[in-house]
Design a protein around this ligand. Structure first.
Ligand code: NAD
Length: 325
């Protein structure tokens, strides 16, 4: 297309979808449709860099905050993540990173991409003192009273130093089904998916309701890991578990692309049997010093990206074709 007017309309439409998804927890389109339009926007912007302005979805993380929660400024921004949609694109992204650091072999820690919402937890003197959402990446919501209701988030840890960790808050498949059933019986509207149900449960003012919803967490980032003598992301996950956090145990350190293929194939199938939803696989450069040297863009870290699974409808079609050929 590449007509400026159409570009502006696309940007406007995406910003409406973002408000519905991030601010109102009520998306009107499926993620794959949003992703398709967003990739289109990125392609146009790469051909017309002078069109890009600060209100573009490519320049912003998350959405505006309009809840009554106090605001919380993140000392280190909470960023988004680049997405790829095929094995070929994953391989190209790995090669770009290798080229960037001029190394032929880079170790990656592969992790499941949990379909929830990002949270930050701050500990002082062994006590949980703050829990917040990502918000627009710079400023989130202080949701500490609700975070305190999540059973698997430790309120005390065996460490006196200041510690910030980040991870995902999610609603398991069973809890999601039960919640929607109960809402139907009460004549209330149902949640579109577990991610929105988790966001709605965490970002509401009655902590008692948050408690009833059975939210869970997987914690995967240690902020300022050098303070704890951590050298790799896989080590950080082990340390987080030792400190008492819920960590996802399905991660795998890989050294070559053949291993990536095996992992993606494995979880493309296994994901249906997991008790929580995942929407892809996250690739993280395992070496934390290398992560540091790669740094971030205004929106995403350059040392990680996500492979997003194809939407289930498309997957079914592909399978039907395979079977009939
Ligand atoms: P993202 O969800 O694609 O990726 C970043 C997030 O992944 C992190 O913030 C973190 O919360 C999460 N994550 C889960 N597991 C992780 C792990 N193991 N390690 C690190 N992070 C992990 O990025 P985003 O900016 O939060 O959201 C963009 C996505 O949201 C889009 O790809 C789209 O699918 C969806 N979206 C949908 C709509 C809609 O209208 N349907 C609108 C806007 C965005």
């Amino acid at each position: 297309m590449d007509n400026y007017e159409e570009y502006l309309n696309l940007k406007k439409q995406l910003n409406i979808y973002r408000r519905e998804y991030y601010t109102e927890d009520a998306p009107s389109v499926q993620d794959f449709e949003y992703d398709r339009l967003y990739q289109k926007l990125l392609a146009i912007e790469s051909a017309h860099q002078d069109w890009v302005s600060s209100d573009s979805p490519s320049q912003n993380v998350g959405g505006a905050i309009n809840t009554a929660f106090p605001k919380f400024s993140h000392t280190i921004p909470m960023l988004s993540m680049d997405d790829v949609f095929s094995l070929e694109e994953s391989e190209a992204a790995v090669q770009r990173i290798q080229k960037n650091i001029q190394q032929d072999e880079v170790e990656f820690n592969l992790e499941l991409k949990i379909d929830g919402l990002a949270i930050s937890l701050i500990y002082e003197n062994g006590h949980l003192v703050k829990g917040s959402t990502r918000g627009d990446g710079m400023v989130g919501e202080d949701i500490t009273p609700n975070i305190l209701q999540i059973a698997d988030i430790p309120k005390e840890i065996p460490l006196k130093d200041h510690l910030e960790v980040r991870g995902e808050c999610y609603l398991g498949k069973e809890s999601f089904a039960r919640l929607n059933e109960a809402r139907l019986e009460e004549g209330k509207s149902t949640f579109a998916n577990p991610r929105n149900a988790a966001a709605g449960s965490l970002r509401q003012l009655n902590s008692k309701v948050t408690k009833e919803r059975n939210l869970q967490s997987f914690i995967y980032y240690v902020i300022e890991p050098e303070n704890f003598d951590l050298k790799t992301q896989s080590q950080a996950l082990i340390k987080l578990k030792e400190w008492g956090f819920a960590t996802n145990q399905q991660n795998r350190v890989i050294k070559n692309f053949g291993e990536v293929r095996d992992y993606l194939d494995e979880y493309q199938e296994k994901r249906f049997n997991l008790p929580y939803n995942i929407d892809g696989i996250v690739f993280k450069v395992n070496d934390l010093a290398l992560q540091n040297s790669l740094g971030n863009t205004v929106k995403v870290p350059r040392w990680e990206f996500a492979y997003k699974f194809p939407p289930l409808e498309a997957r079914t079609k592909i399978r039907t074709i395979e079977w009939t050929v």
